[in-house]
Design a protein around this ligand. Sequence first.
Ligand code: ADP
Length: 719
Amino acid sequence: MPAQNAQVLFPVHVDTPFDYEVPFDMVVKPGDFVFAPIGQHYKLGVVWNVGAAETDRELKPIAEKKPTQALPKAVLNFVSWTAKYNCASLGMALRMVLSARKALDPSPIVTHYSPISPINVKMTPARSRVIEFGGPFPERASVIAERAGVSTGVVRGFADAGGLIAQGLPVDQPYGEPDPNIAGLELSPGQLDAAASLIKSVQTGDFSVSLLDGVTGSGKTEVYFEAAAEALRQGGQVLILVPEIALTQAGMKRFKARFGAAPAPWHSALGEAERRRTWREVINGRAKLVVGARSALYLPFPNLRLIVVDEEHDTSYKQEEGVIYNARDMSVVRAKLSRASVVLASATPSLESLVNARTGRYAHVVLPERPGSVTLPEIDLIDLKDDPPERGDFISAPLIEATKNVLSRGEQAMLYLNRRGYAPLIICRACGEKLKSPDTDSWLVEHRETGRAVCHHTGFSMRMPKECPSCHAEGALTSVGPGVERVAEEASRHFPEARIEILSSDTSGGAEKIRERMQRMEQGEIDILVGTQMVVKGHNFPGLTFVGVVDGDLSLVGGDPRAGERTYQTLVQVAGRAGRADKPGSALIQTHQPDHEALQALAAGDRERFVSAELAMRDMLGLPPYGRLAGVIVSGPELGQVEALGRKFVGLAPRAKGVEILGPSEPPIGRLRGRFRRRILVQAETSIDLSAYMRSWRSKMKLPSKYKLHIDIDPQSFM
Ligand code: ADP
C-alpha cells in the first residue's frame, strides 16, 4: 500500500492547505482535526483532502488526530465559498469555524447530583428547597445551590446524608430537546397562510429562500416558529439569526416558551464554557435549535434544515473586520450547500431581497396586517422650518404638545435620536477649536453622565477639560448639537413630573441595566424613554403609543448609496414601536427635508412609493441590486505612501468592460487609530463575477509590511 498524504489547512492567514504524510497507523478523512508540524511548532488544522502521495518531496507526518467528529462536508465547502466570494484567505475563513477550540477535547467529568426516591433522610427547609427548586437533575452542586437559594454545603451535606446520589458526568450537558408540537398562539388567517407556505418549503427537503415580508408587529416571529417546528419534526437542526442587540434574556424566553426548552445560544459575549458547550452540541447534532448572532452561521451544523434571518435588513449582519462578510447573503449560500431552507424576515426588507422576491428568485410571503384589531401607527412630519424649536432647544412645539397629550392619557412616549452622549461636537467659543480624537479623524463627543469626551470610533476617552486645550480660555468650551442625554435634559424641563430615562449602549451598568430599563418600560414604570438605535429592535412596549423622532434627516455622510433606504428602514422600525397592544399609536418626525421621497412615503404609509422611486434611481445609476459594488481600503502609517499605494493599485486593475473604478479618495475617516486610509470604489455590471475580478486584481499587488489592503464585497459602510 502506498503511503497516503493529506492536505491540512491551518486557521491562519494562508490561501492553501499544506501537504503532510499520513502515518500508517492513522486513518484520516476530510474534515478531521489534526495536529501537524509547521515550522518549530505543532498546530491544529483541518484535513482538507486525502490522496496517494504524489510528491517526491519528503513530507512531514501528521502528529495526532483529534477524537472529535470531523467537520461536515457542507461546512468545508462553505469555508471555501466564503473565502472565495469575500476575497478572504482560506485559512482565516476556516478560523471562523474553529471558534471554540476547547470543544475539541472531551468534556471534563464533574460530579452531578440527583435526588434518591423515596427520600428517607431527615429533611430540613433547605433540603426541601433543593428538591423543589434545584432541578432539573442531575446537576452540579453549584447550580443546584443557586437555583434553590442555598449554599453548596447544604447540597453536599444532603448527598453525604444519603438524600442525593452523586455521579460523574460530562460538564457540558446537552441542551433540552425542543418540542415542535407545543401549541403556539392561535394564528390569524393571514398568518396561517404565510406559515403554510414556509412549512411547504421546508417539507420539500430542498434548497429554498423565502422572504417573510410583514409590517412591524404582524407576528413574523410566530409565523417562522411554525417553519422551525416543521424542520425540527423532520429531525433537522434549525438556526435562527437575530441582530446581536436582540439577544436578550427576554428575547430568548420567547423561544423557550414556544419550544419548551431554551435554545443553544451563540454570540460574541458568550463565556468560554457556553461557547464550548454550544459548539460541541452543534457538531454532534444534538443541539437542534440555535439562536445566535451572525457568527453562528459558522457553527459546524451536520444536519441543518432551516436558517431564519430575523430583521434581515439589519446592518449588524455585516461583519466589518477580519473576514468581511454579510451573514444574510452567506446564509443563502450555507443553505444551498446543505439543501436547506432560508427564511429572511423583515418589516423593511433590503431592496436586494425585495427585488429577488419580485423576480421570483425568492418566494415572497407577505403579512399585510397586524393580528386582531391592532393598527399601524399614523406617521406625520414636522417641518422644522415652520416649527423651529426654541433657541438652543431641539424639541419643537408640536412634538412637546403631542407628548403632553400622550402623558395626560397615562400612556408612554418615546423620543428617538440616534446619537449617543450629550453633544456630538465640543467647540471653543474663544478660538473656534473643535475637540478631536488624538489619532483618528473624528470629533470627540461630550458625555455628561460620565463627564468625559469620547471618540465613538476608537473608544478613546478623556475627562472633559475645563479649559480649551488650544487657547486655554476657561469655561469657553461649548456643546454643539443634540445627543440623547441633552434631549432627556430638555424633556425634563418640559415635563418636570414625568419619569424620564435614557436607553443607549452607554447606559452604565451594561447589558443588565439595559435589560432592567427595558423591563421597566414594558411594565409602564417609565413615562418617556429617550433612546438611540438600541430601542428599535425586537422589544414590545405595550403601553407605548407615541414616538417622536428628534432628527429624521438623512445622514448622507460618505456618500452611502443606501442612506435613503437606511433612513426609511430605521424610521419605519422606530415608529412601529408605537401602538402594539390595544391602543393605536402615532409618530411625529422632525425634519428639515419634508419633501424627501423617503419621508413622504413614510408619512403616506406607502412603502411602494419609496421602493419604486429608490429602485428607479439605483437602476439609473447602476447601483445594487442593478449593479455590483466592491470597496477597497488601503491603510498604513504614512499618508504619502498610502496614497501612492492606492494609485499603484488602481494602475494594476485588470481591464474589463462593465467595470468602473473610482478613487483613490479620502474617506470620511481619513485616519483611524493612527493609520491613514484611502478608499477605492469599484462598480460593476451584474453580469461580472466581481469576486473573481477582485481576487485576480489583488494577486498582482505586493504590499510593504505595515500596509494593508482590505477588500469589501458589497460594502455597507462607507466610512
Ligand atoms: P413581528 O416579528 O412581525 O414584529 P411579533 O411576532 O413580535 O411581530 O408579534 C408582535 C406581537 O403580536 C407579539 O407580542 C406577539 O405575541 C403578538 N401576536 C402575534 N401574532 C399573534 C396572534 N396570532 N395572536 C395574538 N397575538 C399575536
